[in-house]
Design a protein around this ligand. Structure first.
Ligand code: AMP
Length: 215
């Protein structure tokens, strides 16, 4: 499947993407994961992105399109891809449309995962992430803690609270979402690609998508 996953930070895009990739072999492409990996590795990209990310601001569209222009042409995308956290602005959506047209790829759907604000705030404050850039497994101190506190079940690295998951950064990220990213819902509705799913549970979202794709 070739999907865009839309939804506020904490809506469950990453969790849904991980379950779906295991089902149909598509790849999850998370611009947030790519950027965090670059920050940890200390690359030029990471240095440019770090301050924006810490504040909960979006990194410039040109950096993101530089990453995605290459990533979508890698061979593993041929089986399908789930775009998690991209596009985040109307200019990114326009640039993606042009890029896909050039590559002769058509999207199946843009899925808008709708979750109430209180659920999102609660999830983000209690979310923990594996610090290993190659893993970045997600845990929740309340609903799905690692088996051993602070240690990733999958790779044994430390499980940490992200810098941009302090209360201040979270409310800034949500405001940025409302201002810059929520308009994409109208954009994809006009494109005839929008599917909205009410998603307090990731399993419900996954099941709706599985039936939409006959899986
Ligand atoms: P995420 O893990 O998707 O919440 O992304 C974490 C941070 O990375 C965001 O708060 C932004 O600073 C940055 N980021 C990720 N994806 C994008 C994007 N498509 N456009 C701009 N900034 C992004």
């Amino acid at each position: 499947m070739k999907l865009i996953l839309l939804g506020a930070p904490g809506a469950g895009k990453g969790t849904v993407a991980k379950i779906l990739t295991a089902i149909d072999g598509s790849v999850q492409i998370s611009t947030g994961d790519i950027l965090r990996g670059a920050v940890q590795a200390g690359t030029e990209l990471g240095k440019e992105a770090e301050a924006y990310m810490k504040r909960g601001d979006l990194v410039p569209d040109s950096l993101i399109m530089g990453i995605m222009g290459k990533r979508l042409q890698e061979p593993d995308c041929q089986k399908g891809f789930l775009l998690d956290g991209f596009p985040r602005t109307i200019p990114q959506a326009e640039a993606l449309k042009a890029l896909l047209a050039k590559l002769n790829i058509s999207l199946d759907m843009a899925v808008n995962i709708e979750v109430p604000r209180e659920t999102i705030l609660d999830r983000l404050c209690t979310r923990r992430t594996c610090e290993n850039p190659q893993c970045q497994a997600i845990y929740n101190v309340k609903s799905s803690p690692p088996k051993q506190e602070g240690i990733c079940d999958k790779c044994g690295s430390a499980v940490i609270q992200r810098d941009d998951e302090t209360e201040e950064a979270i409310s800034h990220r949500l405001a940025t979402y409302n201002e810059k990213t929520a308009p994409l819902i109208g954009f994809y509705e006009k494109e005839g690609l929008l599917k909205t799913v009410s998603g307090t549970s990731s399993d419900v979202v996954v099941n709706e998508l599985k039936s939409a794709f006959g899986l």
